[in-house]
Design a protein. Structure first.
Length: 256
C-alpha cells in the first residue's frame, strides 16, 4: 500500500520570517495525523501549503490520485486543483462561517458540492442533503433552514456534512472544535472520530489542544518556530515526550 500524501521539504517565508521550515512527512490511507503547537508555531501555514491554499517557496506536495497515481498538486492547473478540492479533498475551517454559504439552506449547502460535480436532479440532491444531516446527527427537519439559525456546534456539523458528501479520501481540519463549549466540543470530537474511522478517511488535523490530538489522531507532529521538533505515534509522543518543547506542552496540560 502506498501513502495517500507525500510532503517533501516544504518551506514558506514571509520576508525574513520563516513560517514553515523544511517539513516532510507521509500520510497513509485511513490515517489521522495531528499537527500540534502553540500559536505562531507554523501549523496553520503548513496546513495551508499542504492543502494547496498557499504556495510554498520550496518543496513538493504529492497526492495519490484515483486514476493517475501520484501528482504534484502545484503542477496541476487552477481548475484541476479546484476539482480536487471539491472531490477527493475536504477542508473543515475553524470558523464554520468560512466553509458554509450562510445565505442558503442547510440542504443546499450539502448539495452544492454535488452540483459542482454535475448533479442536477432535485430529488437526489435533497435526499443526499437529508442523508448527510442525519449522518452528522442533525435533525433532518432543519434541511430547509439557514445556517444563520444554527448554533456554532450545529454549523460545524453542517460544514462537516458539506465536505463529506462527495466522499473525499483526504480531509484537512483547522482547529475544528475551537471556540465551542466543552460539552459541544466533546460531542463533535466523538462524531469526527466515528466518521473518520467508519469512512476510512485520511485526515490532517491542526490543533493546539493535546486532548483533541489524543482522541482523533493515530500519529502526530509537534511544531515550534516553523520546524517539526518531534513526531511519532500520538500516545507515544504524549506519554513519553522526548523534545524539551513537547515536554513543556505536555506538562502545561497536566498542571492543575
Amino acid at each position: 500500500m502506498n501513502p495517500i500524501l507525500r510532503v517533501a521539504g516544504l518551506t514558506k517565508r514571509y520576508g525574513d520570517r520563516i513560517a514553515v521550515a523544511d517539513v516532510s512527512f507521509e500520510l497513509w490511507p485511513g490515517e489521522v495525523l495531528a499537527v500540534v503547537g502553540e500559536s505562531g508555531s507554523g501549523k496553520t501555514t503548513l496546513l495551508s501549503c499542504v492543502s494547496a491554499r498557499l504556495r510554498p517557496d520550496v518543496g513538493r506536495v504529492e497526492f495519490e490520485t484515483r486514476h493517475e497515481g501520484f501528482m504534484d498538486v502545484f503542477s496541476l492547473s487552477e481548475a484541476e486543483r479546484r476539482l480536487l478540492a471539491r472531490t477527493d479533498w475536504g477542508y473543515v475551517h475553524q470558523s464554520p462561517e468560512e466553509g458554509l454559504r450562510m445565505d442558503v439552506s442547510a440542504g443546499a449547502n450539502v448539495g452544492e458540492r454535488l452540483m459542482a460535480l454535475g448533479e442536477r436532479h432535485y430529488g437526489r440532491l435533497r435526499s443526499a442533503g437529508a442523508e448527510w444531516l442525519e449522518r452528522v446527527e442533525m435533525d433532518t427537519a432543519r434541511l430547509d433552514e439557514l445556517p444563520l439559525t444554527f448554533s456554532g456546534g450545529m454549523r460545524q456539523r453542517l460544514q462537516i456534512a458539506r465536505n463529506l458528501v462527495t466522499r473525499p479520501r483526504l480531509v484537512f481540519m483547522d482547529e475544528p472544535t475551537a471556540g465551542l463549549d466543552v460539552s459541544v466540543q466533546a460531542k463533535l470530537l466523538d462524531l469526527l472520530r466515528s466518521l473518520t474511522r467508519r469512512l476510512g478517511l485520511a485526515a490532517i488535523v491542526v490543533t493546539h489542544d493535546l486532548a483533541v490530538a489524543r482522541l482523533l489522531a493515530h500519529r502526530m507532529i509537534v511544531m515550534k518556530d516553523g520546524r517539526v521538533v518531534e513526531e511519532g505515534l500520538t500516545d507515544q509522543v504524549l506519554d513519553d515526550p522526548q523534545h524539551p518543547y513537547t515536554q513543556l506542552l505536555v506538562s502545561s496540560v497536566l498542571q492543575p
